[in-house]
Design a protein around this ligand. Structure first.
Ligand code: ZN
Length: 93
């Protein structure tokens, strides 16, 4: 029996959108990591749901840092990959 190792690898170039699910109204807000922050918004991540107005979990404000890092890495994004935990699958031959 052989053991094959399957690993998910994603490039940072594959990431562009971040989705935030509102647990109060079941809506999904999609934010563009490459987009510019416009209008009255001062930060990438809104503090509250734009549909129902409930505040998002304060932990989501960390997405503001993700957006800053994403933009700083933009020039090198084709050189960066992320991988998940390796999965071992038995392989019958
Ligand atoms: Zn909502």
């Amino acid at each position: 029996m052989l053991l094959m190792r399957k690993q998910r690898v994603l490039s940072i170039a594959d990431f562009r959108y971040v989705s935030i699910h509102c647990v109060h109204c079941n809506s999904t807000l999609i934010l563009d990591l490459e987009g510019e922050i416009a209008g009255r918004r001062a930060y990438f991540t809104p503090a509250a749901c734009s549909v129902c107005g409930h505040d998002f979990d304060s932990a989501l404000t960390n997405l503001n840092m993700l957006n800053q890092v994403y933009k700083k890495l933009a020039a090198a994004k084709n050189a960066i990959t992320f991988s998940g935990e390796a999965e071992n699958e038995p392989f019958e031959s």
